[in-house]
Design a protein around this ligand. Structure first.
Ligand code: DX5
Ligand code: ZN
Length: 218
């Protein structure tokens, strides 16, 4: 079953808990939490305190996407009973394998992400340690951008490698997913699909979640 992880980057922060209730009502599976530090990416979003304000207000697990330098320094802040994945960027980690071990030791599943300009081969040595591979289909920093279609080839290749080597990671795509391309993304091999502006830009947020999920139903 394909999972949908709406990104709260595009939510109305003034009524975050209410927006999250809507995605829950629509049947979303995870809350994608986009953390940006203004260094690794050219934008600042929010930190762990904002994410934790949702604790107990939703039963959806957190899918934390750290677009920050030196993520090891902040990992523990994002570990809560509701945290499922913590994902770091390959480009931000000098000791990537150690950082993934650090996430496991802190009590979360470990994800690793690559930007559109980074080839898949950069993940070669951590494919066994990772629970999740997050392929960026836009250059990170902002919601509402157009998908870079070359990301789909990486997704399909990751699926092939997983089968060939009997690995276990989930494959996630993030950036520019809309109602008119979500089926293509699923068919390329994504297990978890992030959507920000497509979900929270809708008049009826719960309705849009349902619409997107219907398009990826088997
Ligand atoms: C980009 C973020 C994405 C983004 C997705 O830096 O990591 O999660 O918010 O937003 P849309 O779906 O609007 O491209
Ligand atoms: Zn993201």
């Amino acid at each position: 079953m394909t999972k949908l992880a709406p990104s709260i980057l595009s939510a109305d922060f003034g009524q975050l808990a209410a927006d999250v209730k809507e995605i829950e009502e629509g049947g979303a599976h995870l809350i994608h939490v986009d953390v940006m530090d203004g260094h690794f990416v050219p934008n600042i979003s929010f930190g762990a305190a904002v994410m934790k304000s949702l604790n107990g207000r939703t039963r959806l697990p957190y899918d934390v996407h750290l677009m920050i330098e030196d993520p090891d320094q902040y990992l523990e802040d994002f570990v809560t009973p509701q945290t499922e994945y913590i994902t770091v960027h390959q480009e931000a980690c000098v000791h990537l394998h150690r950082t993934l071990q650090h996430i496991h030791a802190a009590g979360a599943k470990a994800g690793v992400s690559i930007n559109p300009g980074t080839p898949l081969v950069m993940l070669e040595e951590v494919l066994e340690e990772a629970d999740l591979i997050l392929i960026m289909s836009v250059n990170p920093g902002f919601g509402g951008q157009k998908m870079i279609p070359a990301a789909l080839r990486k997704i399909t290749e990751l699926k092939r490698i997983r089968e060939e080597r009997g690995l276990k990671y989930q494959i996630e795509i993030d950036g520019g997913v809309k109602a008119d391309n979500i089926r293509q993304v699923k068919d390329a091999g994504a297990d978890i699909i992030v959507a920000g502006s497509a979900v929270f830009g809708a008049e009826d947020i719960a309705g849009r979640v349902r619409e997107l999920l219907e398009k990826v139903a088997d």
